[in-house]
Design a binder for this molecule. Structure first.
Ligand code: FES
Length: 499
């Protein structure tokens, strides 16, 4: 039986004909609504909230366990926990058009290049997508950021691989290609006579999904996809609305992608001392390198830094609390875009935990001393469960850093700088990151915040032939150290859980 579903959102009212019994989240995802379904429909993130306008539906057991009494009274339900059996009207908050503020080293934006070629550089993160137009010297002419349109299929790489392996590869591919086409259409400075190439970087899975290649092998042992090396094709062949040469950057391994290659490229120099780069994300990618020696590892940190798994967590987008301080009982927050706070992104989370520790409201085991929640700002709270998520995430990263350094046979003293990067990279407070033990304490005074190093490396790759060759060398010669195979990992991990 066919039914009518009416959806009210920022886009206005839209009507869709659907089959009776369809899952509401599936329908909304199919029609391009992003309602923040970060767990991909597993009814565990409680973020896929919609309002049933007509008819009102009694709550399901999953609604009752995930929503507050007030929300239930206001007819809010979880889209993933509800199926449509009659003509219905729902109201949704669509985040797919939400502008993501680029957390790159704030690029110098200039109006229009006066001569030479121009390039597009696309950084496909699991959570966010950044696209910049640069001139031949690497200066940014125009920059765009969005939440990755694949988000309704799951917050992390593993759920996207799973969806792709179950016949969903075309959905994921179309979502990202369609999103890039939409951005291209909105760009004001595209000059087709000057535009010569598109460079794309991201983790190994994101590049497979962008190229429409089978990534199922990345989901199980021995974790191998179809490619690691640079891939070259044309925009039209991928379904892009621009027909230009497209190059993806080379990956180091299945779990150390081209975003890490690009990050190393943006920071490497002739120094005899090592640098450590930690790219924070659901899958933290870590590099230890100097001159022509490159080591890489990765750590499954969980999605806490991307805002998932945290009750009021969110990516680093407008309205997210990006910094927090608590001095003499007075709290101060900063939000991205200076908007009213609606949630907490990764850098805000690091600050909150550090400040609670400093003010002795949290003990070294992670126990909150004033009760199970703390009000960070009006209507925004951090909960005991969030602190636990954060402990697991930071312990995974600190353990991976410690073990990578040991495996590479390097002393802490041989490391001159520790760079923290990521989607919210520019907002991180280095002292607070050190306070929560994100990095082993021997390195805490060497931490430097580096912004989006992947995007910076992508711009170098697009505009400088020598850097292109260097990126190939980095990816081909880097030693990937598989920490999951190391028996010491779990013991060290437990030690690092303490603050
Ligand atoms: S609870 Fe519905 S998608 Fe996570």
């Amino acid at each position: 039986m066919r039914l009518e579903l009416r959806v009210i959102s920022d886009r206005g009212r839209q009507k869709f004909t659907i089959e009776a019994g369809e899952n509401l989240l599936d329908v909304l995802s199919r029609y391009g609504y992003d309602i923040g379904a970060v767990c991909g429909g597993k009814a565990s993130c409680y973020k896929c909230k919609v309002e049933f306008v007509d008819p009102v539906k009694p709550p399901t057991p999953k609604d009752i366990s995930g929503l507050s009494k007030k929300e239930l009274d206001e007819n809010i339900r979880l889209a993933c926990a509800n199926f449509i059996w009659e003509d219905s009207t729902v109201r949704v908050k669509d985040a797919s058009k939400m502008e993501v503020l680029l957390a790159a080293k704030e690029p110098e934006i200039r109006q229009q290049s006066t001569s030479g070629h121009e390039h597009l550089v696309v950084d496909i993160g699991t959570t966010t997508l950044a696209l910049v137009l640069v001139d031949s010297s690497g200066k940014v002419i125009e920059a765009h950021g969005r939440k990755n349109a694949q988000a309704p299929y799951g917050a992390d790489v593993i759920s996207r691989i799973k969806h792709a392996s179950q016949g969903g590869l075309p959905d994921l591919n179309k979502a990202i290609i369609g999103q890039i086409n939409l951005i291209l259409k909105s760009m004001k400075n595209l000059n087709l006579d000057r535009l010569t190439s598109m460079t794309v970087l991201g983790n190994t899975t994101m590049l497979h999904l962008f190229l429409g290649k089978d990534c199922s092998g990345l989901g199980f042992h021995p974790y191998q996809g179809e490619f690691l090396a640079t891939q070259e094709t044309r925009g039209k062949a991928l379904g892009l609305d621009l027909d230009l040469p497209v190059k993806t950057m080379p990956n180091i391994s299945s779990f150390a992608g081209s975003d890490l290659t690009a990050g190393i490229l943006s920071l490497t120099d002739k120094s005899e001392k090592y640098k450590l780069l930690v790219d924070l994300g659901t899958n933290a990618e870590i590099a230890l390198f100097k001159k022509d020696k490159f080591f890489a590892a990765s750590a499954a940190a969980g999605p806490a830094f991307e805002g998932a798994g945290i009750k009021q967590g969110m990516p680093a987008i407008a309205g997210a609390i990006s910094s927090f301080s608590l001095v003499n009982g007075v709290t101060r927050i900063k939000t991205i875009g200076n908007l009213l706070p609606v949630g907490i992104c990764g850098s805000g989370l690091i600050d909150i935990v550090a400040q609670l520790l400093e003010n002795r409201l949290l003990d070294e085991t992670g126990h909150m001393l004033l009760g199970p929640q703390f009000e960070v700002a009006e209507n925004v709270y951090i909960y005991a469960e969030d602190i636990r998520e954060m402990q697991l995430a930071k312990a995974a990263i600190a353990t991976a850093v410690d073990m990578l350094i040991a495996a590479a046979n390097v002393d802490f003293d041989d490391i001159e700088k520790v760079y923290l990067s990521g989607g919210f990279g520019s907002y991180i407070n280095a002292a607070n990151a050190a306070r929560i033990g994100l990095i082993p304490k021997e390195l805490s005074d060497k931490i430097k915040v580096a912004g989006n190093t992947g995007l910076s490396g992508g711009i170098l790759f697009a505009t400088d032939e020598k850097k292109r060759a260097l990126a190939e060398k980095i990816a081909a010669s880097a030693t990937y150290i598989d920490l999951a195979q190391n028996a010491e990992f779990s013991q060290k991990y437990i030690d690092y859980i303490m603050f």
